[in-house]
Each structure stands twice: as C-alpha cells, then as structure tokens.
Design a protein around this ligand. Structure first.
Ligand code: AMP
Length: 489
C-alpha cells in the first residue's frame, strides 16, 4: 500500500523551511491552510463522501482546496473554468455536489441552476477565521479522493472516480521513475482541473518535498523567464511547439533544467528533434488518461524514443489485445491496463463501467503496439481508426509522415464518409509560417512513404486545428465539419 497524500503532506511539513510554492507558501504553511479550509468545510456541514465542485480560474488555492478535501474525506470535483453555465449544469445534476465553489462572477449563474454556491474569496475568508489544527478521521485507501469528468467529446461527460490509493500509487511510481527529489523546482504552467496539472505535477512535487514555480496560465514569455530557476517542466505538446516558436528559447536558458516531460497528447518526433537541437534536452514523453492516471513513460536513463510513450510504470500492467486476446509484439491492437492506478468506475454508471473492462483489464480506447525493445507507440483512439475500403488506417502513422514533410506545422488525419470506400482518409494540415502547401505535392510526397490505401484522398490546409485545453486535437469536430466532403455537391 502506498503512503496517503495527507500522510505525505504532514511528513513534508515537519521541516519549517521547506518551500511548496516559490514566493508563496511553505509546506508548514500549506498544512495550516489546508487545516483551516478543512475546518471551514466542516463548519459548512460538508462530510466525508460529499462532493465539492470547484470551478475557478487557475490559482494556488485550488491545490490547497484539493488537499483540504482529502483531509475531510470530501470528494474533490474540479471543473474546467472554460465551461459555460449550461455545460456546468450537467456536473451539478450528475454529481449533486453539497457545495459548488466558484469565481464571484459565476455565482449567480450556478445559483440559478439550483446549486448551493459560494464564491472562492468568501470560502477563503471563512477559512481565515478557523483554527489551523484539524484532526482527520480515518481514511482508507479505497475511499474516493476525487471525481474528474472526462472531456466528453463524444456523448455525455462521465465522472471518473479516483481513490486515494489511485493517486498515491501513481505519485510514488512517478517520483521514483523521474528521480524527483527535494532539490527539484517544478515549473507548473498546466491547468489544475485536469489530471496532468492537478495530480501528476502536484503530487510529484508533494511526494518528493520539492517546490514549484506556479504560473496561473501558460505564457511563453513568462515560462522562458522562469526556466533558469526550474529543474523540471511538465507540459502538453503545444507548450513545446509554442516555446520553440519563440526565438528567446536557448540552450543557456535551460541550463539548470534536468528534465522536460510531455504528455496528454502526442508529441511529434519533429518537435522532439527540434527541442533537442535547440536546448540539448530529449523530452521525456509519457502516456496516461484520467481513468488510469499515468500508464507508461519513456525511461529517465536510457533512450527516450521519439514517437513512443515508453514502457509501463512500475506496478502497472499494459497489454495490447485484439478480439482473440493478447497480440504478439509488433502487432497493433487495443491498449488495456491493470493496476493500482486504474480508477474505481464512472460515477453512477456501473453498466458503462463494466463495458469498459475485458477480463479484468481496463480498455483505454487507445490503439497501440509494442516494439521489440518494449516501447509502446500510440496509434490513436480506437474510434479515430479509419476503415477505408475494408483496410485499417491508423491516423498516427499518416500524421507522422505528414509532420515530416517540409512546411507542415501540424496535422490531423480523420475518416470522412465516402460513397465508394465507406470512409476516406482525409488530412487536415496547418502550414508552417511562410510555407505554402499544395494538395497534389503533399499527396505525391507521401507516396514514397505510405501504401496507396493510406494516402489521404483529400488534403485540406486549415488556419488552425481545433484543440481542447490540453492541446488535444478535437477530431470529432473536424469530422463533423468535413462530413460532407465526398457526399455533398
Ligand atoms: P485525458 O483523460 O483527458 O487525460 O485523455 C487521455 C487520452 O489522451 C489518452 O487516452 C490518449 O488518447 C491521449 N494521450 C495522453 N497522453 C498521450 C501521449 N503521450 N501520446 C498520445 N496520446 C496521449
């Protein structure tokens, strides 16, 4: 069994000088703040198992509130502040939080939906008047720690139930693997409503007694200015491409950094190579999802293989399976996961939960293959697989070929209904600054690399690819917009 997050916090808070957030709180200060917040939550009548919905712009208090919930046993339910009131309504009716905490300007909107709402500044003021001491009741490893809603690009968003052990076991695995220590300073510029910034980043810091530089938003110039003081940065791929676009990114600036980590969306081998050339660092790519926490990682020592997500984390089992069962190495199939990292099910959806398991393994919905050295490659979401004329095309393979072409800054390959082929492969491209992309030339260039059935039937050059807050391309949106490409006029 792993050490619980709160036990870890208390252990780290013994050293009065240990810094949690640079220029902000110490761990001792954090422990006191979480105690006051925990007392405030109890004074509001919240108890173990109740849900607390938090929808605020990124700020340091989110992390304190997450930990305060763990101290009280209240289930932490963070929501993307980018969601409209109408979108948030689903979380209120589905999760029935005992309290919703939000920015002052959202209070009226959420109150109108019938929720019990409090503005964050009001809660912080209430906490200020409370004592810092808080006696935890006992918590078990299987108790719920948090519910994170899936981004719900297809169908309704589902509440992912994560236990204390899910979080703790993953934090311990990552700290060991990525060699986190108390001398580390993590540059934190990720959102804190998502597993990446909330659990991966925050818990790695907490479990090693490290500190963080906390940015309330990702701004390339501010990140570049802060890099010399950091030893680790975690980012989504768009962080890296945007930093590369800034001439201010130099090898000297990264001299103090020991590790750059990327995840949440595929990092293109081109970006990996360009980053290495500019900074001397091989970005370490890892793979995970809300339901499973982190699953695989490239090695700290040893080759960080671009275009792969590395090997299973210690304690985590990964298999690639087809309809008949586990597939031989090298073959592409469904990625399935088992281990203490895997969630407790979807909130109030036991049947949906059961559907996502096969022989006790959680079916991630991602397709992938292991290479001879045990590195896993992600070939895309199963639902993004394109079946054209009866043949399977993995978008990731075509995207990798496209990304290698000169003048291509980004690509997304989708399947679009086609009268002859069922589905046709379509490439959506974004041109690099100043580059022109010609449909015919792109298709010709691909012919040297890909079998004919994988060559896109159409190449569309777009201004931009639609992405969510984590930098993931919204393929469902592209499919919707281009659905009529072959069937209309
Ligand atoms: P989320 O639950 O929002 O974190 O999304 C999880 C999904 O993001 C996974 O199922 C993958 O499809 C994708 N993902 C996460 N990390 C990577 C990665 N390193 N490469 C490719 N896809 C990734």
């Amino acid at each position: 069994m792993s050490t619980d997050v709160i036990a870890k916090l208390k252990e780290m808070a013994v050293d009065p000088g240990r810094v949690w957030i640079a220029g902000g709180l110490t761990y001792a200060g954090l422990l006191a703040e979480t105690g006051r917040l925990a007392n405030a939550l109890v004074s509001l009548g919240l108890k173990k198992g109740d849900r607390l919905l938090l929808q605020v712009e990124k700020c340091e208090a989110v992390l304190s509130l997450y930990l305060a919930c763990l101290r009280t046993g209240v289930v932490f339910l963070p929501v993307n502040p980018g969601y409209t009131v109408a979108e948030t309504a689903h979380f209120l009716t589905d999760a029935e939080p005992a309290l919703a905490v939000t920015d002052p300007e959202r209070v009226a909107g959420l109150t109108a939906l019938g929720a019990r709402v409090m503005a964050l500044p009001e809660l912080l003021a209430l906490a200020e008047g409370q004592g810092a001491g808080f006696a935890e009741s006992s918590h078990g490893p299987d108790d719920l720690a948090a519910i994170l809603y899936t981004s719900g690009t297809t169908g309704r968003s589902k509440g992912v139930m994560l236990s204390r052990e899910n979080l703790a076991s993953n934090a311990e695995a990552l700290v060991g693997l990525w060699r986190f220590s108390e001398t580390d300073v993590l540059l934190h510029a990720l959102p804190v409503f998502h597993t990446h910034g909330l659990f991966v980043a925050t818990n790695c810091v907490l479990y090693s007694g490290a500190s963080m530089i906390f940015h309330r938003a990702f701004q390339p110039a501010a990140v570049l200015a802060a890099l010399p003081g950091a030893t680790v940065m975690m980012g989504v791929p768009t962080f890296y491409t945007r930093l590369l676009a800034d001439p201010g990114l130099t090898r000297e600036l990264c001299g103090h950094v020991r590790l750059f980590i990327s995840g949440s969306a595929p990092l293109s081998p081109a970006t990996h190579a360009e980053w290495r050339e500019r900074t001397g660092h091989a970005i370490l790519e890892r793979y995970g999802m809300t339901e499973t926490n982190m699953i695989t990682s490239n090695p700290y020592q040893g080759e960080r293989r671009a275009g792969t997500v590395g090997m299973p984390l210690p304690g985590v089992e990964v298999r690639v399976a087809g309809a008949e069962g586990v597939l031989p190495q090298g073959e592409a199939g469904a990625i399935e996961v088992r281990g203490p990292n895997v969630f407790q099910g979807y909130w109030r959806l036991p049947e949906k939960t059961a559907e996502e398991y096969r022989q006790g393994w959680f079916v991630t919905g991602d397709m992938g293959a292991f290479d001879a050295e045990g590195y896993l490659s992600i070939l895309g979401r199963a639902k993004d697989l394109v079946i054209t004329g009866g043949l399977n095309v993995y978008p990731a393979e075509v995207e990798a070929a496209l990304d290698d072409l000169p003048g291509v800054a980004g690509s997304a390959v989708i399947g679009v209904p086609h009268p002859d082929f069922g589905e046709a492969v379509v490439a959506c491209l974004v041109a690099a600054k100043g580059a022109g992309l010609e449909e015919v030339a792109v298709r010709d260039a691909l012919r040297e690399r890909l079998a004919a059935f994988k060559i896109p039937k159409r190449v569309l050059v777009l201004e931009d690819l639609p992405r969510n807050a984590m930098g993931k391309v919204q393929k469902a949106e592209l499919r919707r917009v281009h659905a009529g490409l072959f069937t209309e006029g």
